[in-house]
Design a protein around this ligand. Structure first.
Ligand code: ASP
Length: 443
């Protein structure tokens, strides 16, 4: 298919200078026919995103307070962009309508969506592309969830004879015509939906980093970029805290077999990260691992009881207590006479003693304790399936650093190894694993 769908994030469209970079990128490749913009984001670190200003206007209007100051600042942002780009257009009527609607309490989703709507109009004018209002093509259910079945035919019919279009991200409308939005960062989702509707050859997601890095650059000095990552690997890493992309942006393109390319608007020559369904098995992969990510704030309940292994229903009884207390566990490593349950500490906070007492009553353990301050690290890589000794290397690197490994769990897909360590060892553990798997191969 000769189409690329390109989505630009807020920092890529924060002012005229950034928008010009985006326009140059779009114009440099005739396949970049469908453009999905975010609202203008931050121009510098303590700047305010237009979306946040719009939410603020809505809150003020709901409290019957004046929106004058905040709304004027929004008008200034857009007018500044229009005049810096020397565009022959005026959004005055749009500003009037939006202001009126916010004041008559059209609601937070309507208010927030206007950031993308207005930016879309500017982009369409600048590029000479058709403007397609997302409210006409992206359909939500009344409960605010996205309706794929209704959206796809609408989008396809609308875009069928359109050569080039700008479709604002982040919002659509429900069956009653009310504007609805995705959760924050949702323009990523719009881009993915459009890419799937037009069967794009790639969904390019332009942002302010050159893709995913093997590890957090605040912990590892200048980590390598990840060239290719599979959707499955990304889910594992994203779950453990690595974030560049909205979680829901993966599903529409993944189902359609379309790769996502994360690119950097400020460094358009960087290849970025390609997110794909499958990587051919024989493709050269220099490292065993693709990425390392982790989260702090976990706790473990460690239970000991002699002959636990032959006691029928032991696990079920323990799990029933957790279920009754709404605690969702993430890992359950076990030995013959021991069982540990690992979950975010926040799940048990405030009811620690009660939960322990209930487990005592349910299974009468010889010993039970609650341990907090645990961090979990996910070492993720499709290469693990074909390599021997990955766990041994992780253990060795932890042992050299005198880091105590509290638990280790290899996912059944052989795509990841999760280790539990003390929170104080978090940074050092990541650095050691990076050294073991990346630096030692590099040198
Ligand atoms: N502008 C919206 C936000 O700030 C959506 C997006 O940028 O993707 O969350």
């Amino acid at each position: 298919m000769n189409v690329k769908v390109v989505k630009f994030g807020g920092s890529s469209l924060a002012d005229a200078k950034q928008i010009t970079k985006a326009a140059n990128i779009i114009n440099s490749d005739g396949k970049r026919r469908f453009v999905v913009p975010s609202a203008p984001g931050k121009r510098f670190s303590d700047d305010v995103k237009v979306t946040d200003m719009l939410y603020k206007c809505n809150n003020l209007a709901m409290d019957n307070k004046s929106i004058e100051n905040v709304f004027s600042a929004i008008i200034d942002r857009y007018n500044g962009i229009i005049s810096d780009l020397e565009l022959d257009m005026s959004l005055s009527d749009e500003f009037e309508t939006i202001k009126k609607n916010i004041l008559s309490k059209a609601g937070s989703e309507y208010a927030a969506s206007r950031g993308e709507y207005l930016n879309g109009m500017i982009m369409a004018n600048l590029l000479g592309y058709e403007f397609v209002d997302a409210a006409d093509v992206i359909v939500f259910n009344e409960d605010g969830s996205f309706n794929n079945e209704k959206t796809m035919p609408k989008l396809r019919t609308r875009l069928k004879n359109v050569e080039k279009a700008v479709i604002p991200g982040f919002y659509g409308a429900d069956v009653n015509g009310n504007v609805r939005t995705f959760s924050r960062g949702g323009s990523d989702v719009t881009g993915s939906i459009i890419a799937s509707a037009v069967k794009a050859e790639v969904y390019e997601n332009w942002t302010d980093v050159s893709g995913f890095l093997v590890a957090d650059p605040r912990i590892v000095n200048k980590p390598n970029a990840i060239g290719v990552i599979t959707y499955k690997e990304l889910r594992e890493l994203a779950y453990m805290g690595a974030s560049v992309l909205h979680e829901d942006a993966i599903f529409p393109v993944r189902a359609a077999g379309i790769p996502i390319n994360i690119r950097n608007t400020n460094k358009p020559d960087d290849p970025g990260t390609m997110i794909v369904s499958e990587v051919p098995d024989d493709e050269y992969n220099k490292y065993t691992i693709t990425g390392i990510a982790g989260k702090k704030g976990f706790a473990a309940i460690n239970i000991e009881k002699a002959m636990m292994n032959s006691e029928m229903g032991f696990c079920r009884k323990v799990l029933a207590v957790l279920e009754d207390n709404n605690i969702s566990i993430e890992h359950m490593p076990s030995g013959i006479d021991t069982l540990s349950l690992i979950f975010p500490y926040s799940e048990i906070e405030g009811k620690e003693d009660e939960v322990i007492a209930q487990i005592r009553r349910a299974v009468g353990p010889d010993h039970i304790e609650l341990e907090s301050g645990i961090a979990m690290l996910a070492v993720v890589g499709r290469g693990m399936r074909r390599t021997r000794g990955t766990a041994a290397r992780i253990f060795a690197s932890m042992a050299h650093a005198r880091i105590n490994v509290k638990m280790i769990d290899q996912g059944s897909s052989e795509l990841n190894v999760i280790i539990g360590i003390g929170e104080g060892d978090f940074d050092e553990a990541i650095r050691r694993i990076y050294d073991m798997f990346i630096n030692s191969v590099e040198s």
